[in-house]
Ligand binder design. Structure first.
Ligand SMILES: [Zn+2]
Ligand SMILES: [Zn+2]
Length: 166
């Protein structure tokens, strides 16, 4: 598997007003706040680039698998995501993505990565009821709940070791 191609020659779009169809598959591997988008499976990008007077119109649909760590228990779960991009890029003005239309090829990666990151939530939970990790021994509390006795902890500094399988 290779990286998703995001570089396109838009010569024909600009000079002969021919629409450019986009149909690409590849890895994005964008990581942000405990979530990785399209890390081991290809993202699919389809769409069209058209010229409309003073600007290029990017109309894209990207689907990918996002692996998110639970913010409480750190368990990773995967979810299919789909984002649409509708971006107007003025040809004669500067744009926020530093895309230069005097270049032979344009790289739309900055647009894609911004939209993918926008779509990632800062807090992801494996379930609303997730019990997270034990504050004493760090074990995940959804499948097993720790019962540490406060008294023991005070008596021996090593009592928490009894929870571990040594
Ligand atoms: Zn969780
Ligand atoms: Zn514990």
């Amino acid at each position: 598997m290779s990286k998703l191609n995001t570089v396109f020659n838009i010569d024909k779009v600009l000079n002969t007003n021919t629409d450019l169809s986009i149909n690409e598959a590849g890895l994005l591997n964008i990581r942000y706040s405990g979530t990785t988008a399209s890390q081991g499976s290809d993202a699919l990008m389809t769409g069209i680039v058209t010229l409309d007077g003073e600007y290029l119109l990017l109309d894209l649909l990207i689907s990918y698998l996002a692996d998110s760590e639970c913010s409480r228990c750190l368990k990773v779960s995967s979810k299919q995501q789909e984002i649409s991009i509708n971006e107007k890029l003025y040809i004669h003005n500067e744009n926020e993505y530093d895309i230069d239309f005097n270049d032979e090829n344009i790289d739309i990666y900055p647009i894609i990565s911004e939209k993918v990151i926008d779509n990632i939530s800062l807090v992801t939970l494996c379930s609303d009821e997730c019990l997270g990790l034990c504050i004493i021994c760090g074990k995940e509390q959804n499948s097993h709940q720790c019962k540490h006795e406060e008294k023991n902890l005070k008596e021996s500094p090593f009592s928490s070791l009894s929870e571990l399988d040594l």
